[in-house]
Design a protein around this ligand. Sequence first.
Ligand code: G6P
Length: 478
Amino acid sequence: MASTHGPAAQGARGAQVLVASNRGPVSYTVRDDGSLHARRGGGGLVSGLSAIGPDAGALWVCSALSEGDREAVRRGVGEEGVRMLPVPADVHADAYNGIANSVLWFLHHLLYQTPLEPVFDAEFRRQWASYETYNRAFAEALAQEAAEGAAVLVQDYHLCLVPGMLRELRPDLRIGHFSHTPWAPVDYFGLLPADIRVQLLRGMLGADRVGFLTHRWADAFTACCAEFAGGLDGTLVGVHGLGADADFLRARSHEADVEERLPVLRAEIGTAPDGGPRRTIVRVDRTELSKNIVRGLLAYRQLLDDHPEWHERVVHVAFAYPSRQDLAVYREYTAEVQRVAREINDRYRTADWTPVVLHVKDDFARSLAAYRLADVALVNPIRDGMNLVAKEVPVVSDRGCALVLSREAGAYWELGEDALVVNPYDVLETARALHEALSMGPEERAERTKRLAAAATALPPAQWFLDQLQALRDLQPS
Ligand code: G6P
């Protein structure tokens, strides 16, 4: 593939619409024969950019994450409309692992064990300098690529400083920032050193408009600005509740690779003593601390303790795919998920019943197969910006499913009425909700699923993106 990125691709005028994110729409690996293999991702931004069409003068600026990505940049290989920034690996590791994933992600998801962490020491300051460098690399690339008055949509907690830096370089641009995470409450955000929290908030307030997935996170951000930054300083705050892509999911979940995986999964689940299919409780997550997979397993164990009538009649299908494995705490969490699953199986398994079917190798087609077979979906995060699994399962499940949903997921605000809502820390309550979900009659389940699917797809990804773009374009030029 020829290299077409950079200003040449956009002509002398530059790009009209720019997206900036840490993870881009494509990633490369170097094959054994030395050739590069490109793998494309999905998600809301990909659908959004395809909705504005190939001639819209759009450019996606992202980082070269892997060695393969860096090699692609060195060889001048790239995709039309994508510019990968070859930030030095050590700077990226400090910014991404050190600050974004170990500090900002922890703050917004309330993940610290506060007697021992966080510790804001000299090492933190060193990593913070890399976070600034990393953000500056994005701001400079965007400033270089953007046409006069262009719209720039900056994504997530990796790039909080970009709007402020870009505003200084290019006051003519219309800048948006969107947070895909929750936002921390004032007291928790206040754990940060005073200068850092001001820098983060002012960085984001460099945008004309900041966006969040729910009012709860938008209000928390506004409260932090009032407390620590003297208010919003003219920046607008918007809410865009990203929904599931019904057309894509319905079509994709009936493709050949998914159909192939269905009988394999059915065989793993097995049949109940009466000869009928076993019920399934399905969860699909990254193995992510905030997803609360361990307490989900403990709740399932409690269900089996309290309700022997479910023995041999239910299987917990848990797909927990590797994530952020550079961080020791994620590796330990993955091991704990596996340990608890093993413990449940050791305690309850029979000759032909494995109570927990756990898979840790990422396989999108198998996830969709599990969605189709789900009787119950378990989505119990400690805290989550939205949680798209909660929105996807009701759309895809063949027979309709009951949704056990944490009140701390952003999706709760849209799906709460038709879900069985739980406090994610309360394992006994979650076990009761699982029992109730498994016991729900087919009519009620079908009715609820219909309403869940409608609410889940109210704002499809392309519209979610276009709404944000329109809101930026509607602003008066500054
Ligand atoms: C969350 C974040 C995204 C991130 C994704 C996967 O959804 O909001 O920005 O891309 O997790 O995490 P990763 O660290 O693998 O990019």
